[in-house]
Design a protein around this ligand. Structure first.
Ligand SMILES: [Zn+2]
Length: 272
């Protein structure tokens, strides 16, 4: 029994390292509108050299090369190793919390999507549709296979009386309601201040969150992200005064980080 658990955790870690390596490709290429399929192999942004397989082993290669390209010594961001480790850690956590089940798959996929959104928004202020809308589509598909409880929505809608569509409907509405709220706030802000306060990517990301964690989960994520974002902004606010408030904050990164924290460190059981 213990051996099974260890085997499952090792498999999850290996899968996480490999998928994390692909997520790195997505994080670099999607915001730049490069294909994630061609060239199939990674290349160095400094010298354009294709990266040999032995220099592309997750985490290990980055450590052996001490974070530099073998050919031109351009430094390779620590993000590469970090994303691979983080993906592996979330996959192991999903496997240990849920075993080899659909719920583990849902938690692992949710984590992979959040990891990509965290880093693309942090590095480029872009939340690629492939992961916001694509992630939402994956969450909706999983909700039809393994429905989640309707929760708050059951108070307003007869979702529990729609046996076939229950999972899908609560997963779609769970994101659509916060998306509409966020969009309205953004539109009102733009009217008042005459400039854009929220990116449309953040609105789409509500759909992604709702698809996986439902209405309450999404609202909780927004609340925790708000607290984390305020804490992060505080030092700049104190040092630089009101002008710091005008700096763009990567809201998507805070949402993704909050989602990962809640999903892995919150009360276990289902997602959130
Ligand atoms: Zn190079």
């Amino acid at each position: 029994m213990l051996d099974d658990t260890v085997a499952l955790a090792v498999l999850a870690a290996l899968a996480g390292l490999l998928i994390g390596s692909y997520l790195n490709v997505c994080i670099y290429r999607l915001p730049r509108d490069f294909s994630t399929a061609y060239p199939r192999r990674s290349f160095c942004p400094g010298c354009g050299q294709l990266v040999a397989w032995y220099d592309n082993v997750p985490v290990v290669s980055w450590l052996l090369l001490r974070g530099r390209c073998r050919h031109c010594r351009t430094s390779i961001s620590a993000r590469y190793a970090l994303v691979e480790l983080l993906t592996a850690a979330t996959f192991v956590s999903a496997a240990l919390q849920h075993g080899a089940t659909g719920e583990a798959l849902r938690l692992a996929l949710f984590s992979a999507v959040m990891i990509v959104l965290l880093f693309t928004d942090l590095e480029t202020f872009i939340l690629p549709d492939e992961f916001t809308l694509g992630g939402a589509a994956v969450g909706w598909a999983l909700a039809t296979l393994w429905p989640r409880p309707a929760g708050l929505l059951a108070l307003f809608l007869p979702v529990d009386r729609l046996p076939a569509g229950e999972g899908l409907l609560s997963s779609v509405l769970g994101g659509a309601i916060p998306a509409a709220m966020l969009w309205s706030i953004g539109a009102a802000y733009e009217r008042l201040r005459g400039r854009e306060g929220l990116g449309f990517g953040d609105v789409k990301m509500m759909l992604t969150l709702g698809a996986f964690v439902g209405l309450e989960g999404t609202l909780l994520t927004v609340a925790v992200a708000g607290v984390l974002g305020s804490l992060a902004a505080l030092p700049r606010l104190i040092l630089r005064g009101r002008s710091a408030m005008l700096d763009e904050m990567p809201l998507g990164s805070f949402l993704a980080f909050a989602g990962l924290l809640l999903a892995h460190l919150g009360r276990s059981g289902r997602l959130y």
